[in-house]
Each structure stands twice: as structure tokens, then as C-alpha cells.
Design a protein around this ligand. Structure first.
Ligand SMILES: [Zn+2]
Length: 185
């Protein structure tokens, strides 16, 4: 019962959405079955697409959450496997902050949400799925989406949506020049 309520109340706003497909994912994480999705080396374009990575450089990465609270749910992580923001270098924290702002802007342009939840769950008790690797969540919100989500909870619909979201968002995060981070403009 305690576990169940922890899952339900994890985080702030986004957890109020009903996202039943997250249950298996959360349970697997508790059993330590998942390798860290934020730790990866150089990815081919194909692998990047398969892993839903929209952007990555030496400091940070942006990816779509495979088990989203809502359509367009992004996660923004440092490349180093560290559990909490105070362990990061200042330039890493700055890179993450820039990417959070960029994510809000690009999601706003692409998906026209009415608002966002932006936050981080630090520690498993706070609801972190990957407690060892700090990351920000950016979750678009639409008026009435708490009622809408149960309707789109079928896995098939969701995976199709993920592919569509990736195709829509990936070009928006592409760097203007090789090696440059995506610019907020
Ligand atoms: Zn990691």
C-alpha cells in the first residue's frame, strides 16, 4: 500500500495523470533490472532513434520518455552518471538549464500545450525511475488531459505516438552546426 501510494504521489503535477503503463517499468527498476538509459556512448542515427534520443553532446542529452506521463514527455540528463544536481559541475547545470528552456520552447511550438510540469525526482523514495542518474522532466500539459489520458493508455497507441513525437521533435533539437549545442532562439 505504501509503495502504491508512493508511485501515485511521485513528483508534483505530472503524477496526477493516470499512467498505468508505468507500473511494470517502475517495478522493474525497483528490482534493478534496467541498465541506466542515460549512460551511452556514441550512437548511430538509427540507435539514437530507437532510444528516442533527440539530442546529445558531451555535457547533456535530451530524450523522449518511453513511459510518459503525457505526450511529448522529455527527460534532460547530464552525460555523467551522478545522482543529484549538486554533484554536477556548474557548466553541466547550466547546460541542463538551457536545455530545459529549449525543451519548453520547442514542445510549445510543436505540440501547442497549455502548460508544463518541469521537475526532478531525486532518490527512489521521491519517485525517480533511474535514481542513480539525475534528470529533469519536462511534461507538456493540456487543459483536461487528466481526463484524456486513460483513453490513450493502450500500448499500441502510445508506441505509435512515440515514433510520431520523435519524428516531429528531433529536427527541432538538431544542432545548427556540427558539434554545436542547439540554440535557444
Ligand atoms: Zn547513468
Amino acid at each position: 500500500m505504501a509503495k502504491r501510494s508512493a508511485e501515485k504521489t511521485a513528483g508534483t503535477g505530472p503524477a496526477r495523470l493516470w499512467a498505468p503503463w508505468r507500473a511494470a517499468y517502475v517495478r522493474a527498476g525497483r528490482r534493478g533490472r534496467r541498465p541506466c538509459i542515460f549512460c551511452f556512448g556514441r550512437l548511430s542515427e538509427k540507435t539514437q532513434r530507437a532510444r528516442l534520443v533527440l539530442w546529445a553532446d558531451s555535457a547533456a542529452s535530451v530524450m523522449l520518455n518511453r513511459y510518459p506521463y503525457n505526450n511529448g514527455h522529455l527527460m534532460i540528463a547530464p552525460r555523467r552518471h551522478l545522482a543529484s544536481p549538486e554533484l554536477l559541475r556548474r557548466e553541466e547545470r547550466q547546460a541542463l538549464a538551457e536545455l530545459v528552456a529549449l525543451a519548453v520552447k520547442r514542445l510549445g511550438q510543436a505540440l501547442l500545450p497549455d502548460g508544463f510540469n518541469v521537475g526532478a525526482n531525486i532518490g527512489a523514495v521521491a519517485g525517480a525511475g533511474f535514481a542513480g542518474h539525475f534528470h529533469w522532466h519536462v511534461v507538456p500539459r493540456w487543459e483536461g488531459d487528466t481526463n484524456f489520458m486513460p483513453v490513450v493508455s493502450a500500448t499500441k497507441v502510445l508506441s505509435q505516438q512515440l515514433g510520431e513525437s520523435f519524428a516531429l521533435l528531433a529536427p527541432l533539437f538538431r544542432a545548427p552546426g556540427a558539434g554545436e549545442p542547439p540554440a535557444l532562439q
